[in-house]
Ligand binder design. Sequence first.
Ligand code: ACO
Length: 344
Amino acid sequence: MSNPTSARPPAMVLVGVGGYLPERIVTNDDLSKVMDTSDEWIASRTGIRERRVAAEGQTSLHLAVEAGREALKATNDGRTDVDALVLATMTPDRLCPATAPDVAAELGLGHIPAFDVSAVCSGFVYAAATAQGLIAAGTAQRVLIIGTEVMSSFLNPEDRNTAVIFGDGAGAVVVRAGEPDEPGAFGPFDLGADGGGSDLITVNGFGGRTPPEPTRENTDDDYLFMAGREVYRQAIPAMAESSRVALAARGWELGDLDAVIGHQANVRILDAVCRELGIDTSISFVNLDKVGNTSGASIPLAMTHAHQQGFTTAGQRVLLTAFGAGLTWGSGTLIWPELPEMPA
Ligand code: ACO
Protein backbone atom coordinates (compact mmCIF):
# COMPACT_ATOMS: atom_id res chain seq x y z
CA MET A 1 0.00 0.00 0.00
CA SER A 2 1.40 3.42 -0.86
CA ASN A 3 2.29 5.76 1.97
CA PRO A 4 0.74 9.17 1.25
CA THR A 5 3.24 11.02 3.47
CA SER A 6 6.20 9.80 1.39
CA ALA A 7 4.70 10.80 -2.01
CA ARG A 8 6.47 13.72 -3.69
CA PRO A 9 4.17 16.67 -4.44
CA PRO A 10 3.71 17.24 -8.17
CA ALA A 11 5.94 19.80 -9.88
CA MET A 12 4.58 22.68 -11.96
CA VAL A 13 5.28 22.24 -15.68
CA LEU A 14 5.00 24.88 -18.45
CA VAL A 15 2.82 23.79 -21.39
CA GLY A 16 1.95 27.04 -23.18
CA VAL A 17 2.68 30.77 -23.50
CA GLY A 18 0.79 33.66 -25.08
CA GLY A 19 0.84 37.43 -25.22
CA TYR A 20 -1.14 40.43 -26.34
CA LEU A 21 -0.13 44.02 -27.10
CA PRO A 22 -2.55 46.84 -27.87
CA GLU A 23 -2.21 48.15 -31.41
CA ARG A 24 -1.23 51.74 -30.70
CA ILE A 25 2.55 52.33 -30.72
CA VAL A 26 3.95 55.40 -28.97
CA THR A 27 7.59 56.08 -29.85
CA ASN A 28 10.11 58.10 -27.88
CA ASP A 29 9.88 60.78 -30.57
CA ASP A 30 6.11 60.92 -30.05
CA LEU A 31 6.69 61.56 -26.33
CA SER A 32 9.34 64.20 -27.00
CA LYS A 33 6.65 66.22 -28.80
CA VAL A 34 4.47 66.43 -25.68
CA MET A 35 7.06 66.61 -22.86
CA ASP A 36 10.61 67.70 -22.18
CA THR A 37 12.42 64.48 -23.13
CA SER A 38 14.21 62.93 -26.11
CA ASP A 39 14.72 59.61 -27.84
CA GLU A 40 18.41 59.89 -26.94
CA TRP A 41 17.69 60.29 -23.18
CA ILE A 42 15.10 57.52 -22.98
CA ALA A 43 17.02 55.02 -25.12
CA SER A 44 20.38 55.60 -23.43
CA ARG A 45 18.97 55.58 -19.85
CA THR A 46 16.52 52.71 -20.26
CA GLY A 47 16.88 50.92 -23.62
CA ILE A 48 13.21 51.67 -24.40
CA ARG A 49 12.41 52.86 -27.96
CA GLU A 50 8.63 52.47 -28.04
CA ARG A 51 5.74 51.13 -26.00
CA ARG A 52 2.12 50.13 -26.61
CA VAL A 53 -0.83 52.08 -25.24
CA ALA A 54 -4.31 50.64 -24.78
CA ALA A 55 -7.21 52.13 -26.71
CA GLU A 56 -9.84 54.20 -24.94
CA GLY A 57 -11.94 51.77 -22.89
CA GLN A 58 -9.49 48.87 -23.30
CA THR A 59 -8.70 47.64 -19.78
CA SER A 60 -6.57 44.99 -18.08
CA LEU A 61 -9.49 42.57 -18.49
CA HIS A 62 -9.48 42.89 -22.29
CA LEU A 63 -5.71 42.46 -22.59
CA ALA A 64 -5.75 39.47 -20.20
CA VAL A 65 -8.49 37.72 -22.18
CA GLU A 66 -6.52 38.06 -25.44
CA ALA A 67 -3.26 36.79 -23.89
CA GLY A 68 -5.02 34.00 -22.00
CA ARG A 69 -6.86 32.85 -25.12
CA GLU A 70 -3.61 32.71 -27.09
CA ALA A 71 -1.83 30.68 -24.40
CA LEU A 72 -4.74 28.23 -24.04
CA LYS A 73 -4.89 27.52 -27.75
CA ALA A 74 -1.12 26.99 -28.02
CA THR A 75 -0.44 24.32 -25.39
CA ASN A 76 1.98 21.52 -26.22
CA ASP A 77 -0.53 18.88 -25.05
CA GLY A 78 -3.39 20.34 -27.07
CA ARG A 79 -5.57 20.84 -24.00
CA THR A 80 -7.49 24.06 -23.50
CA ASP A 81 -8.88 23.39 -20.02
CA VAL A 82 -7.60 24.75 -16.70
CA ASP A 83 -8.95 24.42 -13.17
CA ALA A 84 -7.60 27.67 -11.69
CA LEU A 85 -6.70 31.19 -12.83
CA VAL A 86 -4.13 33.36 -11.03
CA LEU A 87 -3.82 36.89 -12.38
CA ALA A 88 -1.10 39.42 -11.58
CA THR A 89 -1.91 43.10 -12.03
CA MET A 90 -1.31 46.48 -10.44
CA THR A 91 -3.92 48.02 -12.73
CA PRO A 92 -7.10 46.05 -12.01
CA ASP A 93 -10.29 47.17 -13.70
CA ARG A 94 -11.80 47.85 -10.31
CA LEU A 95 -10.63 47.91 -6.70
CA CYS A 96 -13.41 45.39 -6.00
CA PRO A 97 -13.93 42.73 -7.26
CA ALA A 98 -10.67 41.25 -8.54
CA THR A 99 -10.18 41.19 -12.32
CA ALA A 100 -9.55 37.40 -12.51
CA PRO A 101 -13.18 36.21 -12.15
CA ASP A 102 -14.22 38.48 -15.05
CA VAL A 103 -11.35 37.09 -17.16
CA ALA A 104 -12.34 33.49 -16.34
CA ALA A 105 -15.95 34.23 -17.31
CA GLU A 106 -14.93 35.93 -20.59
CA LEU A 107 -12.72 32.96 -21.45
CA GLY A 108 -15.55 30.53 -20.67
CA LEU A 109 -13.50 28.68 -18.06
CA GLY A 110 -16.49 27.83 -15.87
CA HIS A 111 -16.61 28.34 -12.13
CA ILE A 112 -12.94 27.72 -11.46
CA PRO A 113 -11.13 29.56 -8.64
CA ALA A 114 -9.89 32.89 -10.01
CA PHE A 115 -8.10 35.61 -8.06
CA ASP A 116 -5.67 38.51 -8.40
CA VAL A 117 -2.17 38.71 -6.97
CA SER A 118 -0.78 42.16 -6.21
CA ALA A 119 3.01 42.34 -6.23
CA VAL A 120 3.45 44.95 -9.00
CA CYS A 121 6.52 44.25 -11.18
CA SER A 122 7.18 41.00 -9.30
CA GLY A 123 3.50 40.07 -9.71
CA PHE A 124 3.97 37.34 -12.28
CA VAL A 125 6.67 35.59 -10.24
CA TYR A 126 4.45 35.76 -7.15
CA ALA A 127 1.49 34.46 -9.20
CA ALA A 128 3.58 31.60 -10.59
CA ALA A 129 4.74 30.64 -7.08
CA THR A 130 1.10 30.71 -5.95
CA ALA A 131 0.07 28.46 -8.85
CA GLN A 132 2.92 26.11 -7.96
CA GLY A 133 1.51 25.92 -4.42
CA LEU A 134 -1.99 25.14 -5.72
CA ILE A 135 -0.56 22.33 -7.85
CA ALA A 136 1.72 20.96 -5.11
CA ALA A 137 -1.20 20.88 -2.66
CA GLY A 138 -3.44 19.08 -5.14
CA THR A 139 -5.91 22.00 -5.23
CA ALA A 140 -5.39 22.44 -8.99
CA GLN A 141 -4.03 20.30 -11.82
CA ARG A 142 -3.79 22.92 -14.56
CA VAL A 143 -3.49 26.67 -14.01
CA LEU A 144 -3.68 29.69 -16.30
CA ILE A 145 -1.34 32.41 -14.99
CA ILE A 146 -1.77 35.87 -16.51
CA GLY A 147 0.06 39.17 -16.04
CA THR A 148 -1.91 42.12 -17.40
CA GLU A 149 -1.42 45.88 -17.16
CA VAL A 150 -2.87 49.05 -18.53
CA MET A 151 -0.19 51.24 -16.96
CA SER A 152 -1.25 54.19 -19.12
CA SER A 153 -4.41 54.64 -17.04
CA PHE A 154 -2.28 55.49 -13.98
CA LEU A 155 0.40 57.59 -15.66
CA ASN A 156 0.49 61.35 -15.28
CA PRO A 157 1.00 62.38 -18.92
CA GLU A 158 3.05 65.34 -17.69
CA ASP A 159 5.45 63.32 -15.48
CA ARG A 160 8.48 62.45 -17.58
CA ASN A 161 9.85 60.29 -14.73
CA THR A 162 7.16 57.69 -15.38
CA ALA A 163 5.42 58.46 -18.68
CA VAL A 164 8.46 57.39 -20.72
CA ILE A 165 9.04 54.14 -18.82
CA PHE A 166 5.80 52.18 -18.75
CA GLY A 167 3.74 50.40 -21.40
CA ASP A 168 0.54 48.36 -21.65
CA GLY A 169 0.32 44.64 -22.43
CA ALA A 170 -0.50 41.16 -21.16
CA GLY A 171 1.25 37.81 -21.07
CA ALA A 172 -0.04 34.38 -20.05
CA VAL A 173 1.27 30.91 -19.39
CA VAL A 174 -0.48 27.57 -18.92
CA VAL A 175 1.01 25.12 -16.43
CA ARG A 176 0.08 21.60 -15.31
CA ALA A 177 1.04 19.11 -12.62
CA GLY A 178 4.01 16.95 -13.62
CA GLU A 179 7.43 15.61 -12.72
CA PRO A 180 10.29 17.76 -11.34
CA ASP A 181 12.81 16.90 -14.06
CA GLU A 182 10.62 16.80 -17.16
CA PRO A 183 10.82 19.55 -19.80
CA GLY A 184 8.86 22.59 -18.60
CA ALA A 185 9.36 21.85 -14.89
CA PHE A 186 9.79 24.83 -12.59
CA GLY A 187 12.01 24.71 -9.51
CA PRO A 188 11.29 26.33 -6.14
CA PHE A 189 10.74 30.09 -6.29
CA ASP A 190 12.56 32.62 -4.14
CA LEU A 191 10.28 35.48 -3.05
CA GLY A 192 10.94 38.52 -0.88
CA ALA A 193 9.49 41.86 0.19
CA ASP A 194 10.64 44.95 2.09
CA GLY A 195 7.87 47.31 3.17
CA GLY A 196 10.60 49.70 4.36
CA GLY A 197 10.77 50.79 0.70
CA SER A 198 7.03 50.94 0.11
CA ASP A 199 7.01 54.68 -0.60
CA LEU A 200 9.46 54.38 -3.52
CA ILE A 201 6.83 53.35 -6.08
CA THR A 202 3.23 54.20 -5.31
CA VAL A 203 -0.27 54.91 -6.53
CA ASN A 204 -1.68 56.42 -3.34
CA GLY A 205 -5.19 57.18 -4.52
CA PHE A 206 -8.09 54.69 -4.57
CA GLY A 207 -7.03 52.98 -1.31
CA GLY A 208 -8.04 53.18 2.33
CA ARG A 209 -5.61 56.04 2.96
CA THR A 210 -7.51 58.24 0.55
CA PRO A 211 -11.11 57.08 0.76
CA PRO A 212 -13.53 58.49 -1.80
CA GLU A 213 -14.85 61.98 -1.19
CA PRO A 214 -17.58 63.29 -3.45
CA THR A 215 -15.81 66.61 -3.90
CA ARG A 216 -12.24 65.39 -4.30
CA GLU A 217 -10.45 66.56 -7.43
CA ASN A 218 -7.77 64.45 -9.13
CA THR A 219 -4.43 64.87 -7.36
CA ASP A 220 -0.88 63.60 -7.84
CA ASP A 221 -1.86 60.73 -5.52
CA ASP A 222 -3.99 59.28 -8.29
CA TYR A 223 -0.97 58.75 -10.50
CA LEU A 224 1.98 56.40 -10.34
CA PHE A 225 4.97 57.87 -8.50
CA MET A 226 8.42 56.31 -8.72
CA ALA A 227 11.72 57.29 -7.05
CA GLY A 228 13.55 55.79 -10.03
CA ARG A 229 17.18 56.22 -8.98
CA GLU A 230 16.68 54.63 -5.53
CA VAL A 231 14.67 51.75 -7.04
CA TYR A 232 17.43 51.26 -9.60
CA ARG A 233 20.02 51.08 -6.82
CA GLN A 234 18.09 48.48 -4.83
CA ALA A 235 16.91 46.38 -7.80
CA ILE A 236 20.32 45.12 -8.93
CA PRO A 237 21.59 43.45 -5.71
CA ALA A 238 18.10 42.17 -4.84
CA MET A 239 17.59 40.49 -8.25
CA ALA A 240 21.12 39.06 -8.20
CA GLU A 241 20.75 37.63 -4.69
CA SER A 242 17.28 36.26 -5.36
CA SER A 243 18.58 34.62 -8.56
CA ARG A 244 21.38 32.94 -6.60
CA VAL A 245 18.87 31.59 -4.06
CA ALA A 246 16.54 30.22 -6.77
CA LEU A 247 19.46 28.57 -8.58
CA ALA A 248 20.77 27.00 -5.38
CA ALA A 249 17.29 25.68 -4.56
CA ARG A 250 17.32 23.92 -7.96
CA GLY A 251 20.87 22.65 -7.54
CA TRP A 252 22.02 24.60 -10.63
CA GLU A 253 25.23 26.61 -11.00
CA LEU A 254 25.29 30.01 -12.67
CA GLY A 255 27.28 28.46 -15.50
CA ASP A 256 24.41 26.01 -16.15
CA LEU A 257 22.13 28.80 -17.34
CA ASP A 258 21.20 29.06 -21.02
CA ALA A 259 18.83 32.02 -20.77
CA VAL A 260 17.68 34.71 -18.32
CA ILE A 261 14.24 36.28 -18.65
CA GLY A 262 14.27 39.23 -16.28
CA HIS A 263 11.63 41.83 -15.53
CA GLN A 264 11.90 44.35 -18.36
CA ALA A 265 12.36 47.57 -16.39
CA ASN A 266 15.59 48.92 -17.77
CA VAL A 267 18.26 47.28 -19.93
CA ARG A 268 20.94 48.78 -17.68
CA ILE A 269 19.43 46.90 -14.70
CA LEU A 270 19.28 43.63 -16.68
CA ASP A 271 22.91 44.03 -17.80
CA ALA A 272 24.07 44.97 -14.28
CA VAL A 273 22.35 41.89 -12.79
CA CYS A 274 24.20 39.72 -15.34
CA ARG A 275 27.51 41.41 -14.51
CA GLU A 276 26.86 40.97 -10.77
CA LEU A 277 26.18 37.25 -11.37
CA GLY A 278 29.15 36.90 -13.73
CA ILE A 279 27.04 35.72 -16.67
CA ASP A 280 27.14 36.91 -20.27
CA THR A 281 24.54 39.59 -21.11
CA SER A 282 23.93 37.80 -24.43
CA ILE A 283 21.85 35.16 -22.60
CA SER A 284 19.58 37.85 -21.12
CA PHE A 285 16.39 38.31 -23.17
CA VAL A 286 15.38 41.90 -23.95
CA ASN A 287 12.09 43.09 -25.43
CA LEU A 288 11.71 46.33 -23.47
CA ASP A 289 12.93 48.28 -26.50
CA LYS A 290 9.55 47.46 -28.08
CA VAL A 291 7.22 47.28 -25.06
CA GLY A 292 8.67 49.36 -22.20
CA ASN A 293 8.07 48.32 -18.60
CA THR A 294 4.78 46.43 -18.52
CA SER A 295 5.05 45.65 -14.77
CA GLY A 296 3.27 42.35 -13.95
CA ALA A 297 2.87 41.50 -17.66
CA SER A 298 6.57 41.88 -18.35
CA ILE A 299 7.89 38.36 -17.69
CA PRO A 300 5.09 36.30 -19.35
CA LEU A 301 5.19 38.67 -22.33
CA ALA A 302 8.99 38.29 -22.50
CA MET A 303 8.61 34.48 -22.25
CA THR A 304 6.20 34.59 -25.19
CA HIS A 305 8.43 36.82 -27.30
CA ALA A 306 11.53 34.76 -26.39
CA HIS A 307 9.73 31.65 -27.67
CA GLN A 308 8.43 33.37 -30.82
CA GLN A 309 11.91 34.66 -31.65
CA GLY A 310 13.61 31.31 -31.00
CA PHE A 311 15.62 32.85 -28.15
CA THR A 312 14.54 29.98 -25.90
CA THR A 313 14.62 26.39 -27.15
CA ALA A 314 13.62 23.04 -25.66
CA GLY A 315 15.90 21.72 -22.94
CA GLN A 316 17.43 25.07 -22.00
CA ARG A 317 17.87 26.01 -18.35
CA VAL A 318 16.11 29.32 -17.82
CA LEU A 319 16.12 31.80 -14.92
CA LEU A 320 13.24 34.23 -14.27
CA THR A 321 13.88 37.22 -11.99
CA ALA A 322 11.90 40.34 -11.06
CA PHE A 323 11.92 43.39 -8.79
CA GLY A 324 9.29 46.02 -8.21
CA ALA A 325 7.09 48.07 -5.94
CA GLY A 326 6.43 46.89 -2.43
CA LEU A 327 9.33 46.57 -2.54
CA THR A 328 9.03 43.00 -3.84
CA TRP A 329 11.30 40.60 -5.68
CA GLY A 330 11.30 37.01 -6.82
CA SER A 331 13.10 34.48 -9.00
CA GLY A 332 12.49 31.00 -10.34
CA THR A 333 13.94 28.43 -12.70
CA LEU A 334 12.53 26.22 -15.42
CA ILE A 335 13.61 23.80 -18.09
CA TRP A 336 12.25 25.24 -21.33
CA PRO A 337 9.81 22.77 -22.95
CA GLU A 338 9.02 22.04 -26.60
CA LEU A 339 6.22 24.48 -27.43
CA PRO A 340 4.10 24.82 -30.58
CA GLU A 341 5.48 27.33 -33.07
CA MET A 342 3.84 30.75 -32.77
CA PRO A 343 3.97 33.49 -35.38
CA ALA A 344 5.79 36.62 -34.13
N1 ACO B 1 13.74 62.83 -20.19
C1 ACO B 1 14.78 63.65 -20.06
N2 ACO B 1 15.38 63.88 -18.86
C2 ACO B 1 14.88 63.23 -17.79
C3 ACO B 1 13.78 62.35 -17.89
C4 ACO B 1 13.20 62.17 -19.15
N3 ACO B 1 12.16 61.34 -19.35
N4 ACO B 1 13.52 61.85 -16.65
C5 ACO B 1 14.43 62.39 -15.82
N5 ACO B 1 15.24 63.23 -16.50
C6 ACO B 1 16.38 64.00 -15.99
C7 ACO B 1 16.22 64.28 -14.52
O1 ACO B 1 15.48 65.47 -14.32
C8 ACO B 1 17.65 64.42 -14.09
O2 ACO B 1 18.13 65.71 -14.44
P1 ACO B 1 19.13 66.49 -13.45
O3 ACO B 1 20.38 65.62 -13.42
O4 ACO B 1 19.32 67.78 -14.18
O5 ACO B 1 18.43 66.55 -12.15
C9 ACO B 1 18.39 63.41 -14.96
O6 ACO B 1 17.56 63.20 -16.10
C10 ACO B 1 18.65 62.10 -14.26
O7 ACO B 1 17.42 61.64 -13.67
P2 ACO B 1 17.33 60.29 -12.86
O8 ACO B 1 15.92 60.05 -12.43
O9 ACO B 1 18.39 60.30 -11.81
O10 ACO B 1 17.72 59.27 -14.04
P3 ACO B 1 18.21 57.79 -13.95
O11 ACO B 1 19.48 57.66 -14.67
O12 ACO B 1 18.12 57.23 -12.56
O13 ACO B 1 17.10 57.03 -14.83
C11 ACO B 1 15.16 55.64 -14.54
C12 ACO B 1 15.73 57.05 -14.45
C13 ACO B 1 15.22 55.18 -15.98
C14 ACO B 1 13.71 55.67 -14.09
C15 ACO B 1 15.99 54.68 -13.67
O14 ACO B 1 16.19 55.26 -12.42
C16 ACO B 1 15.34 53.33 -13.49
O15 ACO B 1 15.25 52.53 -14.40
N6 ACO B 1 14.93 53.01 -12.25
C17 ACO B 1 14.41 51.68 -11.91
C18 ACO B 1 13.00 51.48 -12.34
C19 ACO B 1 12.54 50.10 -11.88
O16 ACO B 1 13.24 49.11 -11.93
N7 ACO B 1 11.33 50.02 -11.36
C20 ACO B 1 10.91 48.76 -10.78
C21 ACO B 1 9.75 48.25 -11.42
S1 ACO B 1 8.51 49.42 -11.62
C22 ACO B 1 7.19 48.94 -10.70
O17 ACO B 1 7.28 48.16 -9.78
C23 ACO B 1 5.83 49.63 -11.03
